[in-house]
Design a protein around this ligand. Structure first.
Ligand code: SF4
Ligand code: SF4
Length: 96
């Protein structure tokens, strides 16, 4: 039996984009703490950034746990599907 790197089977090679809305982010670190794959870390200013992008499995816990709706993980090519929050916001602001 050949050895596998721990967690290798769970790695996702899908291209992902991390969006952090810095106007809303209060740098609490909740997203970083709740990421089950430790894919995130805080940058020197305290904002979340990728620690290991490939470890991210697109579970979206970071989005769900962020109290300020300040983070999104978007699968490349899935912008329509994943841009729901932005669309809802746009709707709310346009009064529709
Ligand atoms: S949980 Fe939200 S507000 Fe807190 S650091 Fe993460 S993105 Fe910023
Ligand atoms: S989507 Fe899931 S695995 Fe990816 S960074 Fe957010 S919490 Fe971590």
């Amino acid at each position: 039996m050949h050895k596998r790197e721990p967690g290798a089977a769970k790695r996702s090679k899908r291209v992902k984009e991390l969006r952090v809305y810095k106007d809303w982010c209060k740098r609490c670190g909740i997203c970083v703490s709740f990421c089950p794959k430790e894919a995130l870390e805080k940058d020197p200013r305290g904002y979340p950034r990728w620690r290991e992008k490939e470890a991210c499995v697109l579970c979206r816990l970071c989005e769900l746990r962020c109290p300020d709706f300040a983070i999104e993980v978007v699968e490349d090519g899935g912008k329509e599907e994943n841009g729901r929050r932005g669309r809802e916001e746009a709707k709310a602001h346009s009064g529709q």
